[in-house]
Design a protein around this ligand. Structure first.
Ligand code: ATP
Ligand code: HSE
Length: 317
C-alpha cells in the first residue's frame, strides 16, 4: 500500500483552495506504486492524482515536473502538471512537496500484446524527439559507474558463480562508450507499470522520476527488456519487432546504434539486475520491504548473451 503520508479531507480543503479545480467530492489512496504517496482526488471539475513526494525534495522536482509540462505541451501522452494560484506546479501538504495532475485514461497492463508494444515504441520515439527542445540537463545518476559501484556493494552476498557473471557483465559495460550515440532526455524506467493503456491506445506515460539525459538507445533497450520479456527472461520476437519497427518509423536508428544494440540491451538489463540486488540485500531504511526479483534480469542477460539475432532489419543507408 503506497500511502505513507495520510491525507484527510480536512487536510485537503485548504490545499485545494490554492487551485482552480472545484470542490472536493472524494479522496482515495492509490495502492500501486512503491516510492511516493498517491491519491485520487475527485472534485466537482473532474478526477486528479495528487502525489506527495516521500524522498525527493522540492529542489529536485523542477527537472521532472517541467519535463512533463514540456512533453504535454508537445502532445505526448503524459499528465500535464496543474499550476496553483501562485502559478507554481509544486506545492506543499502535510510537510511533503506535492504535485497535482489530471487523471489519465487507461490502466496498467501486465501482459501486453504486439499492438501495445508498437504503441509504446512509437510514443517513446516521439518523446525522444519532443524533448530535444527541453533545455534542462540532468546527468544519469544510475549510469554505468553506478552499476559498477552497486555490483561491488552486493558482491559479498552472491555465490561465486553469480558473482563472477555479474563482474563479467560490469567489465563488459565499463569497456563501452555510449556517449558517442545520440543523446537526449530519457524516461529510464519505462516498464509496464509506468504506462497506462486504454485498449491499444496509450493513456499516458507516468512516473518520470528517473528521467535524465543519456543515450536514447538505452531507453529503448530498457523498455524492450520489460515490454517484450517472457517469464523465463527470453524476449518475444513478435513484440520486439513490433516495438522496434514502430520506434524506427519515427526515429530511425543510426549505424552506430545498430552496432551498440546487442551490448546496450545487456547494459539496460544490468541496470535493473544491480538495483534489484541492492534493494534485495540492502534495502534503504524506511523503505518498504518489497523487492522485485533480481534473477529475472540475470536471466534476461543470459538470453541476450546467447542471442544471434536482435530483431533489427539492416540499417537504412
Ligand atoms: N496521472 C495518472 N492518472 C491515472 N493514474 C495514475 C496517474 N499517476 C499515477 N497513477 C496511478 O498511481 C499508481 C502509482 O503511481 P506511480 O507508479 O507513479 O507510483 P510511485 O510510488 O510514485 O512510483 P514507483 O512505484 O515507480 O516508485 C499508478 O500505477 C497508477 O495506477
Ligand atoms: N522498474 C524498476 C523499479 C522502479 O525503478 C524495476 O522493475 O526494477
Amino acid at each position: 500500500m503506497s500511502v505513507f503520508t495520510t491525507v484527510t479531507p480536512d487536510d485537503l480543503a485548504p490545499f485545494l483552495k490554492r487551485y482552480y479545480i472545484g470542490q472536493l467530492v472524494d479522496l482515495k489512496g492509490i495502492a500501486a506504486g512503491i516510492t511516493n504517496t498517491n491519491y485520487f482526488v475527485t472534485t466537482t471539475h473532474g478526477r486528479y492524482v495528487l502525489t506527495l513526494f516521500e524522498a525527493l525534495q522540492s529542489s529536485d522536482l523542477p527537472y521532472y515536473v517541467n519535463l512533463t509540462a514540456h512533453l504535454a505541451h508537445h502532445g505526448i501522452a503524459v499528465a500535464a502538471p496543474i499550476a496553483n494560484i501562485d502559478d507554481q506546479y509544486t506545492d506543499t501538504l502535510n510537510g511533503r512537496p506535492t504535485l497535482l495532475v489530471p487523471c489519465l485514461p487507461g490502466t496498467v497492463v501486465d501482459e501486453p500484446n504486439v499492438a501495445q508494444c508498437a504503441q509504446v515504441g512509437e510514443m517513446l520515439a516521439q518523446m525522444h524527439l519532443a524533448s530535444r527542445s527541453y533545455p534542462a540537463h540532468m546527468p544519469n545518476p544510475r549510469g554505468v559507474q553506478w552499476w559498477a559501484d552497486t555490483a561491488a556493494e552486493v558482491m559479498q552476498y552472491l555465490d561465486a558463480d553469480t558473482a563472477a557473471r555479474l563482474q563479467a557483465e560490469v567489465d563488459l559495460q565499463l569497456r563501452q562508450d555510449y556517449t558517442t550515440l545520440p543523446q537526449g532526455v530519457i524516461h529510464a524506467d519505462l516498464f509496464r507499470d509506468n504506462v497506462l493503456l486504454d485498449g491499444d491506445r496509450i493513456g499516458g506515460f507516468i512516473d518520470f522520476y528517473y528521467a535524465c539525459n543519456d543515450a536514447l538507445l538505452y531507453d529503448l533497450a530498457i523498455a524492450l527488456n520489460d515490454w517484450c520479456r517472457e517469464e523465463d527472461g527470453d524476449i518475444d520476437r513478435a513484440r520486439a519487432e513490433a516495438m522496434l519497427q514502430a520506434y524506427q518509423s519515427v526515429r530511425p536508428l543510426e549505424t552506430a546504434e545498430f552496432a551498440a544494440w546487442p551490448v546496450i540491451l545487456r547494459g539496460a538489463a544490468l541496470r535493473f539486475w544491480t538495483s534489484r540486488l541492492l534493494d534485495f540485500y540492502k534495502p534503504a531504511t524506511g523503505e518498504m520491504t518489497y523487492a522485485k526479483d533480481p534473477t529475472q534480469y540475470e536471466r534476461v542477460i543470459t538470453h541476450h548473451a546467447q542471442r544471434q539475432d536482435f530483431w533489427l532489419t539492416p540499417a537504412p543507408v
